[in-house]
Design a protein around this ligand. Sequence first.
Ligand SMILES: Cc1cc2nc3c(=O)[nH]c(=O)nc-3n(C[C@H](O)[C@H](O)[C@H](O)COP(=O)(O)OP(=O)(O)OC[C@H]3O[C@@H](n4cnc5c(N)ncnc54)[C@H](O)[C@@H]3O)c2cc1C
Length: 431
Amino acid sequence: MREYLTVTNNVKIEESCDVIVVGAGVAGIAAAVSAARLGKSVMLFEKGTAMGGLATLGHVCVYLPICDGLGHKVYGGMAEELLWLTFKYSYNTLPDCWSYGVDTVENPKGRYATTFNIPAFILTLEEYVKNEGVKVLYDCVFSEPIMEGGVCKGIIVESKSGRSAYMAKMVVDATGDADVMYRAGADTFDTKSIVSHWTYEIDKATLEKGLASGKALDAIRMRWFGLRPDMDNSKATIPTFYGTSLNEVNGYISLAYSLALDYLKEHQTPDYAMLTWPVLPQYRMTRRITGMEQFIPNEGYKETSVGCISHSMENPAAIHEFPYGAILDAKLPNIAAAGRLVAAVDYGWEIVRVIPCCVFTGQVAGTAASLAIDQNCALQEVKIDSLQSVLAETGITIHRTPEMLTGVVSEKKFRDPKYIKGDPHSESLKH
Ligand SMILES: Cc1cc2nc3c(=O)[nH]c(=O)nc-3n(C[C@H](O)[C@H](O)[C@H](O)COP(=O)(O)OP(=O)(O)OC[C@H]3O[C@@H](n4cnc5c(N)ncnc54)[C@H](O)[C@@H]3O)c2cc1C
């Protein structure tokens, strides 16, 4: 017989802890581990059956650079730590010049970045998170927050055991889609994505290439399925989908399946094999919070900065300060955002959604949640200097230094109107 702590809304309360993190993508992992390292009891809920979110289940095995392209490390802290974890038990493509602990490199030959092996990273994360004392619950779908007087007392999840409640002092929303904060009443903003499915394949030609080069990786090729405005069919309307409703998500998945199936039918030979299939739809951006503050690229010094961030598509990449209020909603005293759902203006969303930045905001959210418990206050009242100092101790640079100011960010790539065209699949969406 199961024992329960108490009963709420006809749902049994299974367990209580200090910090609940919903979503075990890279952001949720960073949030959970950082809170656990600060002495908090932490539970991490994941609807899938493996860790890593888009970085693993979505096949995005490219850890974008944590340097600026001019030889300066931008991200320290857990963004750097997780980069090294990606290849703890497997290969990497990290250039030699970026040996661990190095903050600057003169004339760098390559960026502080790597690709990684997905199963190896999943297994490493499993070991890492559990060794840090975090309790992980897979196959558990967050369903709704338990709100009392504007405060989130816990969450209700659906699992093989039915509906259960888990209580906590602080909650981190790392669902990628702001599911927790949206349902708790936060102000949010939705956008649409093109279909984009990465998979991996092998055939006779790539196998021969691998054998000839002596590199096993050359035998595997990435295959992209999707529809982009710059493809041959660009005259047609390119379908785009919101990631925040059942119909939209299913429209996306269904299109990805049909594109892949068409390809498979055409390429069916005894020498061809599709090796993998992503089990998370590859939405770049779905829903983010509006935030108490917003991340705005190139804004310069911010008193509330909790760390420097950059996006690596540009070389060199500009470095920006990320404000604490971009993980908070004014109405929610104990729920913090982590990962690709944090508040960012315009193409700033493109900067905050990449893996290193998601890890970074996860670390900020977990640390802030822990400090709010210690300081017995709302997340909005956490003393900013205490948060900055705990983060800085882990290697995060809070404010830009003069040598970091170099570099330019181009808005062009993020502003192509072709990428934000509407389409009939999304007409029915109500919010
Ligand atoms: C096509 C594509 C290409 C990209 N390329 C790159 C790249 O080359 N390099 C790079 O750095 N970044 C890239 N990105 C971005 C990056 O991969 C993601 O934005 C980042 O990994 C998101 O991390 P996250 O933890 O915020 O969210 P996610 O990875 O989305 O994790 C959210 C987790 O929450 C879980 N979850 C969601 N809802 C619930 C619920 N209700 N209950 C329980 N669990 C739930 C999900 O299963 C998932 O595990 C790319 C993204 C896409 C889509």
